[in-house]
Design a protein around this ligand. Sequence first.
Ligand code: F3S
Length: 641
Amino acid sequence: MKQTITEKLIAASLAEGEMIRGQRIGILADQTLSHDLNGVMSYQAFEAMGLDKVKVDLAVHYIDHNMIQADYKNSDDHRYLQDITAKAGVICSRPGSGICHQLHLEHWARPGKTLIGGDSHTVAAGGIGMLSIGVGGFDGAVAMAGEPFYLTMPKIVNVQLIGKLPPFVSAKNIILELLRRISVHGGVGKILEYSGLGVETLNVAERSTVTNMGQETGATTSVFPSDENTRKWMRAYHREEQWVPLAADEGAVYDETIVIDLTKLEPLIAIPHQPDKVVSVREVSGTKVDQVMMGSCTNGSLQDILSVAHILGGNPIHRDVDTGLYPATRTVIRESIARGAHDKILASGVRIFEPVCGGCNGCGFAPQTNGVSLRTTPRNFLGRSGTASAQVYLVSPEVAAASALTGVITDPRDLNLPPLTYEMPEVFADDRDMFQLPSAEPEKITIRRGPNSKPIPEMPSLPDVTSGEVLVKVGDDITTDHIVPAGANYTPIRSNIPEFSKHAFKVVDETFAERAQKAGGGFIVGGSNYGQGSSREQAAMVPRYLGVKAVIAKSFARLHLANMVNWGLFPLMFIDAKDYDKIGQGDYLAMDTDRLKEGENLILRNETKKMDIIVASPLCQADLDAVKAGGRINQVKDRQR
Ligand code: F3S
């Protein structure tokens, strides 16, 4: 049978199920990726599962996300991560080496293989011809344990690129164009597979800009073929022997086709506060700019930085524009210095930060109040920059640099500069010694844990009959931020569940945590779309830790549902949404969870109001069994024993 690249990749890692669209399949990772922000939780889960060694060919951990060392908490976490990875057989990239996705692409990603990473932009590795999927911290730990990752067999979209990008229109504009066309929902349940002669005009770093931000379409992942450009890239990073070709078979069948003519693209910009609110730069040019942030995992490659240096040319940036650059990796910095680009950028007055995420996820370089910030990052969600009132626009490095010079949003073509001709080095500096290899004597390593770090609490299996009071009743669209707070004050205690739990539902009801603990748990009642927002698993772990047995809501957000299964919390939905009104905060409820079966209704007794309410769970039987066992964590623990 003729196969697409996606089908070839999935077939190579398929552990359960059949490659039939819409069916549940399990795939096994060849490689895993983790980073410090989700990694502490991942490795704590790994330890809680009783594992002492990873069971994949290659596991790499990166310390790159939160470098703020205002006190001991993050520094202690970094030390814990260096110890646990050395012991567990994981390669560790210490702070200063670079941003995980670019580093992985440079040194470890391999065409034809599968990568499961505890970060949504893991999909960047699709640029090298790898099946790369981003998951939450717990699923990352499960992948490290050698267990399958389950997903629904996606549809496959053929994105045909034709033509060649014009000068000053770089790869970022390809993905902005795609977002403009299909929106932030357009990729859901799909894999975006690139083809066409336009692909040959893009090097691996450019392809990775496209796959990285493909995440913003909601796609499971994106993938490019592995060709001579891929081989050249791997040769430049001293690993040509790992290269394999990968292409779709002639006549392979796709579910959809989208054609993008690169020749016709122009500089594009995503306006606040969604990556798909894309217009041409010309439409908003002249808007005053307060801050420009360049670099990040999306646009921190050597080519991106040389492009910035070319446009700035050592000329002073506008006095009102605070301008910063996060190069992607140490190797990029070294080559940029060797080519004189860093000098030009510094001479222009740009602040060059260390190669980390930093400002991209609100851990540094926040804009001023109401500030207009132009960023080359992949996301411009409200508040992500660290400043709730900021107006963040997403742009290419060329638009960012041009606007830093002029102080207003500027189409770089209007500067009348000669185009940059970029040649990738034949070989980059061999920086592989920056990775800390796992210890040869893991038994001798004692893991150092700071006072802030606490092991994941035991989550016992749930009783068949459960009862208790409604601890909190909330409305529609409750986010994970409502359930457990976000922000720099709370990030360092995310892996300390007993401490973090004191802040549960703080923004809704200050007394929730205290009441839950006193009552020994109970229920939460919610409206529609309960748990929307991030993949933060603590939003399920914390209520569970406080003894909550079930959340009864009108509907649930997809990622939060998965987290409820992982951590053993029953999701129940009202059969009749109006029954939401039949339960009040403080009511006493009882149910027989043993009767909870896939597709069947369950009677929930409201003892206070003396009435029965019909509910059902949206979960399949396998997931219901996982919840009854106290969460997938307990099932994996049992299997690993
Ligand atoms: Fe995420 Fe860091 Fe990139 S925060 S989007 S991996 S720069």
